[in-house]
Design a protein around this ligand. Sequence first.
Ligand SMILES: [Zn+2]
Length: 378
Amino acid sequence: MQQPPRRYEILIKGGEVIDPSRNFRRNADVGVLDGKIAAIETEISADHGIDVIDARGLYVTPGLVDLHTHIHHGLSIGIEADPVAARSGTTTWVDAGTFAHTEIKGFRRFIVEPARCRIFGYVYLYPNNRNPDEDPVKYVSRAMDATGRAAVANRDIIIGVKFQIGSNMNGRYSLDFLKIARQLCDKYSLPMMAHISFAPPSTDEVMQLMRPGDVVTHCYNTHTIGILDGNGKIKASVLDARSRGVLFDVGHGSGSFNFEIARRALDAGFLPDSISTDVYNQNVNGPVHDMPTTMSKLLLLGMNLNDALKRSTINPARVVKRIEGLGTLTVGGPADIALLEIINGQFQLFDSQRKPLTTDKRLISRLTICRGKRLIAL
Ligand SMILES: [Zn+2]
């Protein structure tokens, strides 16, 4: 006797499916089974689904990928990812160096493994808990190999090395530190995520030391290491870095996203490669909140929805590069899905300087599905 076909565990009906990885945008139904996307078809009968979701009026997109977060909760500024994931459509979270190489074991055991969303991380080269009596350049040199070895040994969850560049972080040693970080990443074939803030070093010096696949985060900051020159034009060294394959990431955070800088950059055609929040305990309740809020700010400044989604799904997923099909909505790929909606009204959005701008539409998340299961805020 023939077995009846298995029903989809989740069936999403009537939404507008957008997958920027393959320029797919049309009304379709999506069937989920065994943690994977099992079908994307114009019409799938409701009796083929167990949990049938009415997605009329909603966008059905790949789960959002946030490349810059701080989610090693319990360590310094980290927040817990799952509750924010459930309300924001963000299924993949990358911790940008809340932890050093000595803390990778704990990151895996207590953060990555228990989470219902997907978590990866960049390991931080310069931990705050070093001995203050030790020469910092010597310390970083000594930490270099231990960091590189730990990153390689944990390659399944560690994407690369996070490093903060700026006189406010590392004082007069900043360029020396950056050169050590460069040496480390070259020796162990690891990409770097570089936080930029205050010169010295100069933007040109920083850009020269960036390689293809490295991510420069906080690209729309107001600081002296930044993408714009005194005339509001994109610096030549920044354009050169981009042409070599260096990636530029938003990394909103408490101090690094400015409406005016972002507007000028977008007007000059300098869109970010990835949109990310740099969310942590001091900004999760504002001004950052989450990915849809950050994306809403880019929409307000003139970016279109497809461009914003591309920079919040497939682009950062290509940096994560650990799971096939991540950041896409394709049959056979992971069932990481966001149900998003654009709502109309009067909303105030704030940049890192707490400057308000009013918008008549904002993007919100209605449901997050990760690994084929609904994420519910507990
Ligand atoms: Zn950060």
